[in-house]
Design a binder for this molecule. Structure first.
Ligand code: ZN
Length: 203
């Protein structure tokens, strides 16, 4: 099982990090060991002083496929969840400056807290899904799948040209604006529409 994460998929977030809007989806991987499930606490790692939250819609691949055409992509997923792409921003910055890979900034243990999944049938329109993140009961990030630069279908089509997608693979689809640091003692609650998807603390 692999976890594919899309970078720079919301215009306002690309601006806040002073990046240039990509012409093709940008993606990277996290290992399976980065998953943090069932609202378990996130233990702040000792190697970073700047862990940022990034709330993201997550789709789950439900059949194997490669070279998937965009028009057939909806056949490859039918559930959605909510996750956080925790990022050691200080380390990521160092990696970027040196042109090095980002794995240590993005793929560390517990860097991918993930909710349970709900069926798309519970939602009205897969291209209009509102979600938000509350930090200590204050909303810090709001997003809507309609604002994604690359849709779920485009992402699946693009990624599957390079990597076969397998049942159970997860795709974190990018974060909207408003990323910021967490600290020990913080509480993070994530919502899709008004449904609470996760609720955990930083220890
Ligand atoms: Zn992200």
């Amino acid at each position: 099982m692999k976890i594919i994460c899309i970078g720079m998929n919301y215009v306002e977030h690309v601006r806040e990090l002073n990046n240039v809007l990509p012409k093709k989806p940008v993606f990277f991987l996290k290992p399976e060991t980065s998953l943090l499930l069932r609202n378990r606490p996130f233990y702040y790692p000792g190697f970073s002083n700047e862990i940022h939250y990034e709330i993201e819609l997550v789709i789950k691949i439900n059949r194997n496929g490669k070279f998937i055409q965009e028009k057939f992509a909806p056949l490859y997923y039918n559930e959605i969840g909510l996750g956080i792409d925790f990022t050691a921003r200080d380390i990521q910055r160092q990696c970027k400056e040196k042109g090095l890979p980002w794995e240590i900034a993005k793929g560390f243990d517990s860097s991918a807290p993930l909710s349970k999944f709900i069926s798309f049938e519970e939602l009205k329109n897969r291209d209009n899904i509102k979600f938000h993140l509350d930090l200590n009961s204050k909303t810090v990030q709001c997003g809507n799948s309609k604002d994604m630069v690359f849709t779920f279908d485009k992402i699946i089509s693009y990624v599957s040209q390079f990597m076969m997608l397998k049942m159970g693979d997860l795709i974190f689809t990018g974060t909207p604006a408003g990323v910021g640091p967490v600290k020990i003692g913080d509480r993070l609650e994530g919502f899709i529409e008004s449904k609470k998807m996760f609720d955990f603390c930083v220890k």
